[in-house]
Design a protein around this ligand. Structure first.
Ligand SMILES: [Zn+2]
Ligand SMILES: [Zn+2]
Length: 353
């Protein structure tokens, strides 16, 4: 099968013929119909996240946002069959550890990050193998296309879990979203659907325009103002109730915390770069005085996708609205390159392999 293979960090991916996967006894092989290109792929391409034991090695196939059709299942798989139309969450769980048993498989003790480790090759390829298929595969509702759902296994569900499950979003709460890449734009749309008043913050006007289309009522161009948190404080008349760092650099994380009002909740969704290596300094005294919460949020357990699907079926959520363009496998490297300067808007999706 054709695949885009990482040879050297930061160098164009190599388009190669590689062996197609065979299903493990508990696994399934999915023919990839669509796969989003994400900033996490950019981190993998850069060779970041050694401090998380996730530094990619030569030979890795990246790509962790696939949707497609099941074409083979292992002998122990019971709930998934050939022909099923599925999305694949990026943070695959084993389905059996205490975290998985309690419904928190996004923080599985044996989490298998799709496309970052040799044992779990990614989906910038014609086919992808999914371990613990009964647990991990999410059957898509009828009438939705793989391209429309390509962000569902990563950015869309990540933002949904952060806002709907981790934070206490209430009617009319001000929600400040710092960074309007794929996860940030998804957060704008979801926070709006959940009843929040969204302030979107980014450096690029075209991303802020997209945020307005997706429901932001106010936007802040961080390049055009001296004091981003002060600007959000002014717009929200005393600070946001919820703020999200949807990028993962020190500036956006600090701006997010400092844009909150008393008893506000900061949600950290972005993982950091080589610059921070997971360590960010925060205004802890102000956080104590104002009882500000710092919340980490990772992916979403596959068992809760039905909540998204109910909102999709009534048109309240439109994952496809965040998809910006479709590309071929050989275009992935260009998109990764463009992410270095934050030049992609929304989610580019590979649909030609
Ligand atoms: Zn992703
Ligand atoms: Zn587990």
């Amino acid at each position: 099968m054709r695949a885009a293979v990482l040879e050297e960090h930061g160098e164009p991916l190599s388009i190669e013929e590689v062996d197609a996967p065979e299903p493990a006894p508990d696994g399934a092989v999915v023919e990839v119909e669509a796969c989003g290109v994400c900033r996490s792929d950019w981190h993998g391409w850069q060779g970041d996240w050694e401090w998380l034991d996730l530094e990619t090695q030569s030979g890795q196939i990246l790509g962790h946002e696939p949707a497609g059709r099941v074409i083979a299942v292992g002998e122990d798989v019971e709930g998934v069959a050939e022909g099923d139309h599925v999305a694949v969450p990026f943070n695959l769980g084993d389905g059996v550890c205490p975290q998985c048993q309690r419904g928190h498989s996004n923080t599985c003790e044996n989490v298998m990050p799709l496309g970052f480790i040799e044992a779990v090759q990614g989906a910038f390829a014609e086919q992808v193998h999914v371990p613990a298929a009964d647990h991990n595969l999410v059957e898509l509702p009828d009438g939705v296309s793989s391209v429309d759902m390509a962000g569902l296994g990563c950015r869309f569900m990540t933002s949904f879990h952060a806002l709907a499950h981790r934070a206490d979003i209430g009617a009319g709460d001000w929600v400040a979203v710092h960074g309007c890449g794929g996860v940030g734009l998804s957060a704008v749309h979801i926070a709006d659907a959940l009843g929040g008043n969204v302030v979107a913050v980014d450096l690029k006007d075209e991303k802020l325009d997209k945020a307005r289309e997706l429901g932001a009522v106010e936007t802040v161009n961080a390049e055009a103002v001296d004091d981003v948190p002060g600007e959000v404080q002014a717009i929200t008349d005393g600070g946001a109730g919820i703020a999200m760092d949807a990028l993962g650099i020190e500036t956006t994380s600090q701006n997010s915390v400092m844009s909150l009002g008393t008893r506000g909740q900061h949600i950290q969704v972005g993982l950091t770069t080589e610059e921070e290596r997971g360590m960010i300094s925060l205004p802890s005294d102000a956080m104590v005085m104002q009882e500000i919460e710092f919340i980490g949020s990772l992916g979403m357990p596959p068992t809760r996708y039905d909540e998204i699907f109910r909102m999709v079926s009534t048109g309240k959520l439109r994952p496809e609205a965040v998809v910006s363009e479709t590309i071929g496998l050989e275009d992935v490297s260009d998109k990764l390159e463009a992410m270095t300067d934050f030049e992609t808007v929304g989610i580019p999706v590979v649909d030609e392999f």
